[in-house]
Write a protein of this length. Structure first.
Length: 288
């Protein structure tokens, strides 16, 4: 579709329409082709500057931010998200929704919140997240995306009630690109409820589907693996607790390492085995 559109524009001697350029950029992001995504974004930005079009400048900065985020360039991502928000205007909300399928202000805010969290500015992250969540009420797809990333912040913070609350919203509103994330969060909630094996397997199936087929959104498999790793960690930790009791001293000492692990964006995460396999490896053959 993209190739035909660009070829038609070339034959007609006109610039490709911005939604086509932006669509190609998102396809490149989803495929992990960040140079191609950045090239498309730069075309949008150049056109936006020529035409004094803030809508294009917002969308270009959003693409550049997502490419930077999934490349692990968090400071660059932060600056691009702040640039997008600086250009965003309330009177352009309908145009973003009509031509680009999301409320880009809110998707920028929630991605900025998680970026700030990863950079260690937890207070600013919380304020930014809360503002995005409070305003994400009208457009279903945007609402789902905002709550997916709010859930990820809650997961990173090990805030169980918040994970549950955001997962419920995602489950209600997720369609298309957010569906696998919604299913994975439902699996994570199952782990929290004690259904460790089936919850982890539910998340793994989502991650496998994203790897074996086409990812539905930029960085989707990395996000799903982050949820899977935390689910396995929670399952192992809770399986070690005395029945009806709390974690012991060894669990408390290990917890900071679990909280820090795999927070690097884009890190390769090894495929976890089942919860039972992990317990066997960590305890050794004599523990059975």
């Amino acid at each position: 579709m993209h190739q035909r559109g660009f070829e038609l524009a070339r034959v007609l001697g006109v610039e490709p329409e911005p939604p086509l350029v932006r669509s190609r950029a998102v396809a490149a992001l989803t495929a992990g082709d960040f140079p191609a995504a950045r090239g498309a974004a730069e075309k949008l930005r150049a056109r936006g500057e020529r035409q004094h079009d803030d809508v294009l400048l917002v969308e270009a900065a959003w693409i550049l931010a997502i490419a930077d985020y999934w490349s692990g360039e968090l400071e660059h991502a932060r600056r691009q998200l702040e640039t997008a928000l600086a250009y965003w205007r309330p009177e352009h909300r309908a145009e973003h929704l009509l031509h680009y399928g999301q409320d880009t202000e809110l998707t920028c805010r929630i991605r900025l919140a998680h970026t700030l969290w990863l950079l260690g500015d937890r207070d600013a992250a919380a304020r930014t997240r809360d503002a995005a969540v409070a305003d994400a009420r009208e457009h279903p797809h945007t609402r789902a995306i905002v709550h997916v990333w709010a859930a990820l912040i809650a997961l990173d913070e090990r805030d169980e009630p918040a994970v549950r609350a955001h997962a419920r919203v995602v489950s209600e509103y997720a369609r298309g690109p957010a569906e696998r994330a919604g299913e994975a969060l439902a699996g994570f909630v199952a782990v929290l409820d004690g259904d460790h094996e089936r919850g982890c397997e539910r998340i793994r199936r989502c991650a496998d589907a994203a790897e074996q087929g086409e990812p539905a959104a930029p960085g989707e498999r990395g996000l799903l693996l982050r949820i899977l790793v935390e689910a396995c960690a929670v399952a192992v930790e809770r399986a070690r607790r005395p029945r009806g009791g709390r974690a012991g001293a060894a669990d408390d000492q290990r917890r900071p390492a679990l909280d820090r692990r795999d927070h690097q964006v884009g890190a390769r995460v090894p495929r976890p085995g089942t919860v039972r396999e992990r317990l066997a490896v960590e305890d050794g053959p004599d523990s059975r």
